[in-house]
Ligand binder design. Sequence first.
Ligand SMILES: Nc1ncnc2c1ncn2[C@@H]1O[C@H](COP(=O)(O)OP(=O)(O)OP(=O)(O)O)[C@@H](O)[C@H]1O
Length: 371
Amino acid sequence: MDLFYLKHTALYQTYVDKLDPSKTPVHFSNLPQVAEKPSNSANPSMTISVRVRPMLEDDITAGFPCAVYPRPRKPGVEHETIDLHDLYNHPRRPRPILKSSAHQVQKLFDASASTAQVYDEVVHDLVLSASDGKLGTLFAYGQTSSGKTFTVTELQKLAITELLERHTDLYVTIVELAGKVAFDLLHEREQIAVREDASGTTQLVGAIERKVTNKEEGIELLENAMSFRRSAPTLKNDASSRSHCICRIRIPQPTSSESGHLYMVDLAGSEIARDVSQHGPELMRETKENNISLSILKDCIRQRALAASSKKKVHIPVRGSTLTKILKHVFDLEASQEYKTVVIACLNPSLADVSSSKNTLRYAELLGKID
Ligand SMILES: Nc1ncnc2c1ncn2[C@@H]1O[C@H](COP(=O)(O)OP(=O)(O)OP(=O)(O)O)[C@@H](O)[C@H]1O
């Protein structure tokens, strides 16, 4: 596929230039039409956002053009639209044709957006609600090398900084899930157990909870944890993290025995077959297990959406993976503690990754249907 894209880059670019929505309304009308959602469709407890990372030097050197085009925002409309352009080798056409799809999301951060902007627009409220004793969860997903770790690492620092302006002490736990096995990143990557207690709450047995009282201490803790996060080289991203990373911040409340909790989850990258085929057996096994847990996470999301829309009792397979056991609260329709969830779908804008980007956006749309 890569060779096909590289061979037809000039043709692709000619097609795409004609569709640029920032140019003229005529061009804009040639893009796929999307139904306008009413402005009250947003679910206050779930924010689905998309962040597109910039094209990197490596993408440009490899010769792939950009496939991801956010449309200019319309005033007064709550959702935003993003176009994906792909090339398709039609059997009855002399030349490849352009295949475009339009996707709607609640919040869209293009390549020029800073992480501080992402924080201000979608994470700040989540942090405040955890600060007030509620349950806040952020998870970032997307294909390998789409910017998940880049985004989450910086958001964790900003969250700790803001929480310490409101609280004298926080309690931090950082664990990594590689396949089915969990490790404590605050204790030299010691293996830990994930178990449910008698009340059905998931416990990270053996994981250390570190007290943090100032910003410097918090940032040092995060950086140390990241240095223990195991990385194995892949074709797509040399510094790729082949694991899920979960940072939990417990925030004691002055007037209640129940603490607020903030979970910030950097999910493992979703691989594509051409990369996996060139991995060693250990990495392939781990990739398979990570992909199974991502798939169960997606099933939980689907079932949760179904439960919300049909109002029927449905089975949500939270016990199917260690990851979903830890994220169980996100899918609990009967939870007593108020919760908010922020999802950041990360996109690599290169044409080489357009089919992964399409999957990422389809899931973002699916998540947006939960109400
Ligand atoms: N918004 C951004 N601005 C500039 N560079 C970015 C941005 N987002 C990501 N990058 C760069 O892109 C590369 C891949 O990012 P990152 O490692 O965060 O991806 P990832 O999705 O976590 O990948 P993996 O799933 O393989 O761990 C890194 O070199 C990172 O510095």
